[in-house]
Ligand binder design. Structure first.
Ligand code: ATP
Ligand code: MG
Length: 365
């Protein structure tokens, strides 16, 4: 699939902006703060209804305005028009001018693999960041996943609130806690299965990708979860054993909200043992495995966004990424310095130069 064009109204620093894209390669250049990331962010928000810059939602509205609108045409088998409006009244999404009432029915239509310089910290970062990445990926593959996740979080919140109540009111009936625990396990097991499948799918590719890049075997992504190999009965017992601790702390100590994803190279955790370069190569292998899953398992050609990667990676690693990118994947690259972008990527690309908020388009011969 490919973005044909995009139209922004009151999005970040853009009052109005219309861009038509190259079906293959697009490079956005400009100094720091000119609005490069803002453009790829708009593509991402149109696809996933949320920004990857995880702050308050309304920060994408141009300062001083009440609403923002992103419109874009995407060509896959057909050409479809997507539109997202965010205002104080909330978010509205449209496909071909028809309003879609449930966000979950809108998602997973435009598929994006995003690779930013932030991702390079993935292995060093907290489990929360890794869970977030997996959640974003899975919500692109499955509508049900997102619904389950939001239900899980709702039940978790109710359970934690009830635990706090029990702490102050020890004699209260625990029946409701049992109901919530049961629900949490039911939903949690489904989410666990999705995550396990995802890690299995990634595993089919990540080792091979890492070998192509680093000429070393043995990279594995493993999944750590309280739910691993547990039946519902096992889990009920585990929650029972933890009840006093849960009540004292006013929180649920077990569950898939503590899951983690570990990168191991020949059995050694890359977080503790990996060099900087090994960690970066592992993340590149993961990102490229995301593309592999879309292409090979789901028969979908995703759109690739590389935001600000070129300042963080040496020539060799950039080349490794470029080796994975074929012309059938529409690619968006942002950079402050065109000389840092490999010639292979520049040839035949459309270049958008941003200066003082205005954009000039040139084709690189
Ligand atoms: N809601 C908003 N309204 C107006 N301007 C905004 C808004 N949000 C962000 N900006 C402006 O957008 C600019 C940042 O844009 P962006 O992050 O796209 O920069 P960039 O070109 O990617 O820079 P860098 O090279 O540093 O990554 C900043 O100048 C910021 O003040
Ligand atoms: Mg940027």
């Amino acid at each position: 699939m490919k973005f044909i064009n995009i139209k922004l109204t009151n999005f970040r620093n853009y009052k109005k902006l219309n861009l038509s894209f190259n079906p293959t390669k697009n490079i956005i250049i400009g100094e720091n703060g000119e609005g490069k990331t803002n453009i790829v962010e708009a593509l991402y928000v149109l696809a996933l209804s949320k920004s990857f810059r995880g702050s308050k939602e309304d920060v994408i509205i141009l300062n001083g305005e009440d609403s923002t609108c992103i419109e874009g045409t995407v060509k896959d088998n057909y050409k479809d028009k997507y539109k997202l409006v965010l205002s104080k009244e909330g978010k509205k999404v449209f496909i071909n001018d028809t309003k879609i009432d449930k966000i979950s029915d809108y998602l997973s239509k435009i598929n994006i693999v995003l690779f930013t310089s932030e991702d390079l910290k993935l292995i060093k970062d907290t489990p929360n960041t890794r869970r977030r990445l997996i959640n974003i990926e899975l919500s692109q593959y499955s509508n049900e996943y997102l619904k389950l996740l939001s239900n899980y979080n709702k039940v978790l919140k109710q359970r934690n609130a009830f635990l706090k109540m029990l702490y102050f009111n020890g004699n209260a009936s625990r029946n409701y806690l049992d109901i919530l625990t049961d629900q949490l396990i039911e939903i949690g097991l489904k989410l666990y299965n999705y995550r396990q499948d995802f890690v299995n799918n990634i595993s089919n590719y990540i080792e091979n990708n890492y070998y192509k890049i680093a000429k070393k075997h043995g990279l594995v992504l493993s999944y750590k979860s309280d739910y691993k190999n547990k039946s519902k009965e096992d889990l009920l017992n585990m929650y029972k054993k933890n009840i006093d601790k849960d009540i004292t702390q006013g929180k649920t100590n077990l569950g898939i909200h503590h899951d983690d994803f570990i990168f191991e190279l020949n059995g050694k955790n890359l977080k503790d043992y990996g060099s900087e370069g090994e960690q970066k190569n592992a993340i590149i292998s993961l990102k490229m495995a995301e593309i592999d899953i879309f292409k090979n398992d789901l028969n979908i050609m995703p759109i690739l966004i590389l935001d600000d990667l070129f300042s963080e990676l040496d020539k060799k690693k950039i080349n490794n990424i470029l080796d994975f990118i074929s012309d059938d994947i529409q690619t968006f690259v942002t950079t402050t310095d065109l000389t840092k972008v490999d010639k292979r990527l520049k040839v035949g690309s459309k270049i958008f130069k941003i200066k003082n908020g205005s954009i000039k388009e040139v084709n690189y011969e």
